[in-house]
Design a protein around this ligand. Structure first.
Ligand SMILES: C[S@@+](CC[C@H](N)C(=O)[O-])C[C@H]1O[C@@H](n2cnc3c(N)ncnc32)[C@H](O)[C@@H]1O
Length: 245
């Protein structure tokens, strides 16, 4: 497929999966106890090595080749920015700047987010900003459980606080993400159409230049506490963005 000719995910699923609410409720009820892999424990140590313990923490979750991590670190020079991806190949790909010009306030680590998110929560750390930019959509109906909002790790995300931003080119994904987050928070965050003007990531640029509709959900989670069932007991957060339709 040529660069500016990418297509939106094709799926037999045209709206929110009917099993999603049940799945989210189950994940909120039942703590996810999968043991941490050793390489992820090491990755979080590496990710926090350069942090002074005071700067705001920003996570670029699934950062791919990390162009977004670099841009975010430049835009927030006072913050400590962590780019996480499971693909060493993507992380190592050539960056748009020579290493001497890379921002000093960022680090890239290879880790599985399923563990990395839980390790952040286990250390009681809070993020100031949290980006999930163009996650793999897993559009097949039978792949619901692979989408982040339907994964057992999802109830951890509100616990990490901060401003959480999701961007995707699949409308169903943002609708489901908002619904799942809403079930945990007690209010459904709004999402909006987005023109991709920023071109923050290679996927965003490719989709934008193919003329696709893009979607963005941004919600300020504040400092969220969850009850034993994984639901928010108080959320000082607010929704950002315009109402969707
Ligand atoms: C579609 S790409 C988007 C990359 C980048 N955010 C962008 O917009 O250009 C999704 C990325 O998520 C990463 N990813 C998927 N599952 C992951 C996991 N469990 N842990 C860490 N990274 C993961 C993939 O390796 C891939 O780089």
């Amino acid at each position: 497929m040529s660069y500016a000719n990418s297509t939106i995910p094709e799926s037999a699923q045209q709206c929110v999966h009917r099993h999603l609410p049940r799945l989210v409720a189950r994940h909120a009820r039942e703590p996810f106890r999968k043991p941490f892999a050793e390489y992820n424990r090491r990755a979080i140590d590496v990710a926090l090595e350069g942090w002074d313990g005071h700067a705001g923490l920003i996570l670029d979750a699934g950062c791919g080749v990390a162009h977004s991590t670099i841009a975010i670190a430049r835009a927030h020079p006072q913050a400590w920015v962590i780019g996480v991806d499971q693909s060493a190949d993507r992380l190592e790909r050539r960056k748009p700047y020579p290493s001497s010009m890379m921002p000093a306030n960022m680090v890239l680590v290879r880790a599985d987010l399923v563990d990395f998110w839980r390790l952040l929560a286990a250390r009681d750390l809070r993020l100031s900003r949290h980006y999930i930019l163009y996650p793999n959509p897993w559009p097949k109906i039978g792949h619901l459980g692979r989408r982040w909002h339907a994964h057992p790790v999802f109830p951890i995300l509100p616990r990490l606080g901060g401003t959480l931003e999701l961007r995707t080119n699949w409308r169903v994904y943002v609708e489901e993400f908002a619904l799942a987050l809403g079930l945990l928070l007690g209010y459904e965050p709004r999402w909006e159409g987005y023109d991709g003007g920023e071109g923050l990531t290679p996927f965003e640029r490719k989709y934008r230049d193919s003329g696709q509709a893009l979607y963005r959900l941004s919600v300020s989670l504040g400092d969220v506490a969850l009850d034993g069932d994984g639901r928010a007991v108080h959320a000082s957060g607010q929704c950002h963005g315009e109402s969707h339709e």
